[in-house]
Design a protein around this ligand. Structure first.
Ligand code: SF4
Length: 388
């Protein structure tokens, strides 16, 4: 049987842009959202045809899928009927395995009761973009919801039987203090989601925050305070039974996000929708970021795909290392040897030795893993594994 794929489906619509966001997303009317769902269906059918499937393939002909991620943007801004059409198309073309993890991102400000029937039928993991449990911080970020709206949404999902919920939180945001960060963490921990993602705010060019930052008008926590937030996060998470399995991600045991683990392990995935990236047979590509081009061309894959990259063996090795080391379990030397036909140490032995001597990397049996200090400075450590 073919190795199961993961599927990512991008929904590039939001009620309004947040002040820090440079994702491929923005507001659109309901007609555009509906047309986009139709375009997604055309792309998914075209993918099936590209893989030689007949119009109504048997289960054996279909490609097995064990993770699906509806991301954005804000998938929950879509009409449930449009989401249903897309998911039914996925089921027609792919063999969605019974144990598949099917995640959907949800902005608490877009929650409506009418979404619940769709969620119950098609989704088994919901990722809630909260960012902060403090309403003044939410306003500073330009979020469209309050903490109490988030709570209502969380409770409704639990009542609907969703037993796997992630909450996204953000540290180092304007006006935030160590005490308010601790309060955000504590409020979320008391609700016992299965998974918590904690990211630090990054000031991206082209966002309102970037302009304010350039003008010196963004009241960001200082470097020391940010560090303290970082250490507090790990302490509180551990104390409440969440383990850190990736640089920014904590989960109850067994509740790690399988779709994201797929990215870090370089397992195959197909992205549908504008800007969506794919990795298949050591080929990477992305879809056009141009909405109009996508709407008119999604039935013909060559018309919407670009940035093809046929990965060389060196590039595959680099990705194996810098994606794999993001996970706290690190990378396996045996896996490296099996995949590339040579020893990891014959390629990276010098780099690993140096990083070990600097206390940034450790060897545990067959595996190399980042140390706590290595995680603290992960960007520069991971860059050491570039070969060119
Ligand atoms: S809801 Fe998410 S994708 Fe949309 S603008 Fe805000 S941060 Fe960006």
């Amino acid at each position: 049987m073919r190795e199961p794929f993961g599927i990512y489906i991008h929904f590039p619509f939001c009620v309004k842009k947040c002040n820090y966001c440079d994702f491929l997303s923005g507001p659109a009317d309901s007609g555009t959202r509906k047309a986009y769902a139709d375009a997604l269906c055309r792309e998914i059918y075209s993918f099936g045809r590209e893989y030689g499937m007949r119009e109504t393939p048997s289960r054996d002909e279909k490609i097995p899928v064990d993770t699906i991620f509806l991301g954005g943007g804000t998938p929950s801004v879509m009409d449930p009927a449009d989401l249903t059409r897309v998911m039914e198309t996925v089921r027609k073309v792919f063999d969605v395995l019974p144990e598949a993890e099917i995640s959907m991102e949800m902005n608490p400000g877009t929650f409506r009761e009418e979404l619940l029937a769709f969620v119950k039928k098609y989704i088994n993991r919901v990722s809630l973009g909260l960012q902060s449990a403090d309403d003044s911080e939410l306003r500073a970020l330009g979020r469209i919801h309050t903490f109490s709206e988030f709570k209502k949404c969380f409770d409704a999902l639990r009542d609907a039987g969703i037993a796997n919920i992630n909450v996204d939180l953000m540290s180092a945001i304007p006006g935030q203090t160590l005490a308010s960060w601790e309060q955000s963490l504590s409020r979320i921990l008391s609700m016992e989601p299965e998974h918590i993602s904690c990211y630090s705010l990054i000031i991206e060019e082209g966002t309102p925050f970037y302009n304010l930052f350039e003008e010196g008008r963004l009241d960001l926590p200082g470097e020391d305070e940010e560090r303290e937030m970082y250490y507090l996060t790990e302490r509180l998470m551990n104390a409440h039974g969440y383990h850190r399995y990736e640089i920014s991600n904590y989960a109850r045991l067994g509740r790690e996000c399988r779709h994201n683990v797929r990215y870090w392990r370089r397992s195959p995935y197909i992205g549908f929708g504008i800007g969506a990236a794919s990795l298949l047979d050591e080929m990477r590509w992305s879809n056009t970021r141009d909405l109009q081009r996508y709407l008119s061309g999604s039935g013909s894959l060559p018309d919407i795909r670009e940035e093809f990259q046929n990965l060389s063996v060196s590039e595959q090795m680099e990705e194996f290392m810098f994606l794999g080391l993001r996970m706290l379990e690190g990378v396996s030397c045996a896996d490296f040897a099996e995949k590339f036909g040579c020893e990891l140490d014959s390629v990276y032995g010098g780099v690993c030795e140096r990083l070990i001597s600097e206390g940034l990397l450790v060897r545990e049996g067959d595996r190399y893993e980042l140390t706590s200090r290595g995680i603290d400075v992960s960007n520069s450590v991971l860059a050491e594994f570039l070969l060119c």
